[in-house]
Ligand binder design. Structure first.
Ligand code: MG
Length: 212
């Protein structure tokens, strides 16, 4: 178990091909949930197209077919709080506006987390949910998801499982269940926390997985 203030890495991608790497500060780690903070200014790895274009600027036909690369950057804008239900295939990101007011909850559908001593690894599942206020939700990036299915980047079985996970989360949103109802929107980071580093060996593979 991690302790409050510990630094961990959240990485997205297949082993050896992580294109999104975010150093986080642990807020709370309990059996069912890991809560971690991504602070503004944190050094990160973020994905772009291999030719340097922003992914959102690449047409949909190219976005998934052409290779990507990870580039070093800093996390811009307000920090985000990640609520990571352990054993589930999603994480929930609490977003605030620059003035400190809540924007909403972004549910990123992703592979079940692979936990190791330095953090968590997963893969993005393209489809997401946006929760603008309690009990309200909508799908996000359905066009990208449909494209990924049509072009065989996700199998139909994977697509069905991803959609089913999204529906499970949506029912929790409608009934406003944990962790949505736990008051995390009132969270503020400890001002004494230092920014985490991006360790030079951020690409390293674990010797052992603690759980999968
Ligand atoms: Mg996503």
């Amino acid at each position: 178990m991690w302790s409050r203030g510990d630094h961990i890495l959240m990485r997205y991608g297949p082993p050896g091909e992580y294109r999104t790497v975010r150093p986080l500060t642990v807020v709370e780690h309990r059996e069912d949930l890991l809560v971690a903070w991504l602070a503004a200014g944190t050094p990160i790895i973020r994905p772009v197209m291999a030719d340097g274009r922003e992914i959102r600027k690449a047409p949909l036909e190219e976005r998934f077919e052409l290779p990507r690369k990870g580039v070093a950057a800093r996390w811009k804008g307000p920090g985000i709080l990640k609520l990571i239900p352990l054993g589930a295939a999603h994480s929930i990101w609490v977003f605030w506006r620059p003035n400190g007011r809540l924007r909403g909850w972004y549910v990123n559908l992703e592979e079940r987390h692979r936990v190791w001593d330095a953090g968590l690894d997963t893969r993005d599942h393209v489809l997401d949910l946006w929760v603008p206020r309690p009990r309200r939700w909508l799908w996000k990036d359905e066009d990208e998801f449909a494209h990924a299915l049509e072009h065989g980047l996700l199998t139909q079985a994977q697509g069905d499982a991803i959609r089913a996970e999204g529906r499970r989360v949506s029912r929790r949103v409608q009934r406003w269940k944990a962790p949505f109802n736990e008051g995390w929107e009132a969270f503020r980071p400890d001002p004494a926390w230092p920014l985490p580093d991006l360790p030079p060996d951020w690409e390293r593979e674990p010797r052992d997985r603690i759980a999968s």
